[in-house]
Design a protein around this ligand. Structure first.
Ligand code: ZN
Length: 274
């Protein structure tokens, strides 16, 4: 599932090919995504120039002369730019042809993605209005983390994955950030000390920031004809390493469900404090 670093890498990969380009045509091959694709897009978008590609949480926002195309990649979606004349592949549900002939395509085998045209401020749309701060921005600070954890009885892993409190920390990066911070995923959020808030805030920024930085090396893969773009190699220290030795201490990494999600941790490096 694309998480924040994958979506940010996508943004960086496609933006240089889109910004300043005018839409020539839109083809919808499958409209039944999580939010049905509006057929009007075929008449709304042509003639509009793409002015910028932003990201908010896991949403991409294409500013197109007076409106915004909001795109979510769902569970399995990816975006890529193909050279003029490239035949459409299986699961290429939406295609935006630019006046230079290049094609922006949304490929989404499981169809959980969303493409929505907005004419009002996208940040006040219900999908975006309630989102918490961006983890890589200054709005996400140790004091903010301390503030949102006070008196909260939910497990810290579930709290940092709550997009109303903080966007973009999915299952993979939550496990990785907690490992780096030496914090047990089941720790009651309200019990985090100020120092733990500082370390965890840094851990979240580090795991996401490092993944985005690794994505710099694969941006070229967003333009081409092959099957799908490459984001980056995830350098996971605990995620899906169940039964393998902890890279820090050698203890076996464990996996258990927390809130229905697989959670990976080192019982020695991340003991559950009382
Ligand atoms: Zn360990």
């Amino acid at each position: 599932m694309p998480e924040l670093p994958e979506v940010e890498t996508t943004r960086r990969g496609i933006a240089p090919h889109l910004c300043g380009q005018t839409v020539a045509a839109v083809t919808i091959r499958a409209a039944k995504l999580r939010h049905p694709v509006q057929p009007e897009l075929c008449s709304i978008l042509p003639g509009r120039t793409i002015e910028g590609v932003e990201r908010r949480g896991k949403y991409l926002l294409l500013a197109c002369g007076g409106g915004t195309l909001l795109i979510h990649l769902g569970m399995t979606g990816h975006l890529r730019i193909s050279p003029p004349g490239t035949p459409a592949g299986r699961h290429d549900h939406l295609e935006i042809r630019l006046e230079n002939g290049c094609l922006l395509r949304l490929n989404d085998p499981r169809k959980f993605g969303a493409v929505i045209w907005l004419t009002s401020d996208p940040h006040s749309h219900p999908l975006l209005a309630g989102l918490g701060p961006e983890p890589l921005s200054e709005d996400f600070s140790p004091s903010y983390l301390e503030k949102i954890t006070r008196r909260r009885t939910v497990a810290i892993k579930q709290l940092i994955m709550n997009s109303r409190l903080l966007v973009g920390v999915g299952n993979i990066y939550a496990s990785e950030a907690l490992f780096r911070a030496g914090i047990n995923p089941w720790l009651v959020a309200g019990k985090l000390s100020a120092e733990q808030c500082l370390i965890l805030c840094r851990g979240i920024k580090d795991v996401l920031g490092e993944a985005v930085a690794r994505g710099e090396k694969t941006l070229h893969s967003f333009y081409g004809v092959s099957e799908r773009p490459v984001y980056f190699d995830l350098e996971a220290r605990v995620y899906v390493r169940e039964g393998e030795p902890c890279l820090a201490c050698g203890t076996e990494i464990r996996r258990e469900l927390l809130g229905g999600r697989s959670t990976f941790w080192c019982p020695a490096c991340q003991p559950l404090q009382e």
